[in-house]
Design a protein around this ligand. Structure first.
Ligand SMILES: NC(=O)c1ccc[n+]([C@@H]2O[C@H](COP(=O)([O-])OP(=O)(O)OC[C@H]3O[C@@H](n4cnc5c(N)ncnc54)[C@H](O)[C@@H]3O)[C@@H](O)[C@H]2O)c1
Ligand SMILES: [Zn+2]
Ligand SMILES: [Zn+2]
Length: 367
């Protein structure tokens, strides 16, 4: 079937809309989804910069939402016509998957989500005409496209009356920000939580921690994002570029330092600030993607700091996404307030606006 997709031709290249792509019919365990909306997550933008040439051209996108168009003969979880959102893929069989922690699937998050192909090395996408392969299967979807092939483990049914632009970011950014609080840190009511980086993921952590009755201190250099954090109920929002001692400035708002911190920046200096600001026996959740960081061993030892890596909020999507929808509908997870909608063909503008800090959570709308 001919589809339209935003193709990245090589490392760091722009998203270019092409109408000359072909997608295969679903295999027995696959689900073909007509995409109605797709969120842009920072991971799409950072991954396209370092994506290997040998796996190019590539289609990204891992926060798709839409309607099931066709299913393979082994699929029983959804039917054509169902409204769904797409999330990350897991094997469903290993010890982690069967005990409620598919984000830590033994197969590894990269193998099933960021290899550019299906598990068997094939790609369901190609160019019409010369039949050259186009890589994809990003998070088992590649949803910057009119249609995506997904799998039982990463397709979650959503209510038909939930707008697709709301359903889309549930699959990664919202799940990650909320799950970091609800599944991983589980801060007691009244405790303090510092959130470093008030972007798409961080602001969802802010609103979730506030809803759990926590005192939240947000840190972000972008004034509009600090303003959002305050609007969502943070007790303070620190501009790291305006204070010499960021850790101290956060501590000023949490007696003895916050018991919990979330890093969504992946930056070594910010991670050091988070460790420095934490209270004795505090816990730091590392969410932002990054390279290497250094920390002072004696600080971590003597404070009894726990550092916990978080993938996708340690959430089992089939259970967690319906919970998030319920929270959204109760008004305690107002993530619609961080969304800016763009038509699909403006994907490059949307990406630029997100990188420039002009919008927080771009969500693409499909015609
Ligand atoms: N672990 C996971 O499963 C997972 C899931 C989704 C996203 N991510 C990663 O999480 C990170 C955040 O994603 P996002 O979509 O929210 O990105 P984003 O760009 O919207 O948010 C990052 C924020 O950090 C802020 N920032 C920059 N420098 C800072 C500093 N010195 N101090 C404090 N804040 C600073 C930026 O202004 C921005 O608001 C990215 O690295 C993304 O790849 C991880
Ligand atoms: Zn698994
Ligand atoms: Zn993501």
């Amino acid at each position: 079937m001919r589809i339209q997709a935003a193709v990245v031709e090589g490392p760091g290249g722009p998203f270019t809309l092409r109408d000359d792509l072909v997608i295969e019919a679903p295999r027995s365990d696959e689900i073909l989804v007509r995409i109605a909306a797709a969120g842009i997550c920072h991971t799409d933008l950072s991954t396209r910069l370092r994506w290997p040439q040998q796996l190019s051209p590539m289609v990204f996108g891992h926060e798709g939402a839409g309607v099931v168009e066709a299913v393979g003969d082994e699929v029983t979880s959804v039917r054509p016509g169902d409204s769904v959102c797409l999330t990350y893929r897991s094997c469903t069989d290993c010890g982690q998957c069967t005990t409620g922690h598919p984000a830590y699937c033994d197969t590894g998050i990269f193998a099933l989500n960021a290899s550019g192909t299906r598990s068997d090395g094939t790609t369901p996408l190609s160019r019409a005409g010369d039949g050259r392969p186009v890589y994809g299967s990003f998070f088992g979807q590649s949803s910057f496209a009119s249609h995506a092939l997904a799998h039982t483990s990463n397709v979650v049914k959503v209510p038909a009356d939930l707008p697709p632009t709301i359903a889309a970011p549930l699959g990664c950014g919202v799940q990650t920000g909320a799950g970091t609080i609800l599944n991983v840190l589980r801060p007691p009511r009244g405790s303090s939580v510092a959130v470093f980086g008030a972007g798409g993921v961080g602001l969802v952590s802010v609103m979730t921690a506030v809803a759990e009755g926590c005192r939240v201190i947000a840190v972000d250099p972008v004034a509009a994002r600090r303003a959002k954090a305050l609007k969502f109920g943070a007790v303070a929002a620190v501009d790291p570029q305006a204070v010499g001692d960021v850790a101290g400035a956060v501590r000023d708002h949490a007696d003895g330092g916050p018991a919990f911190a979330v890093d969504t920046t992946g930056q070594p200096t910010v991670i050091s600030q988070a460790i420095a600001t934490l209270a004795q026996r505090g816990t730091l959740a590392l969410v932002g993607v990054g390279g290497r960081a250094e920390f002072d061993i004696m600080t971590v030892l003597t404070k009894g700091i726990r550092i916990r890596g978080v993938i996708e909020g340690d959430a089992a999507p089939a259970d967690f996404i319906p919970r998030l929808i319920a929270r959204y509908r109760q008004g305690v997870l107002p993530f619609d307030e961080i969304i800016t909608e763009f038509p699909f063909h403006e994907i490059e503008d949307a990406a630029r606006a997100a990188s420039a800090g002009e919008v927080i959570k771009p969500v693409l709308r499909f015609p």
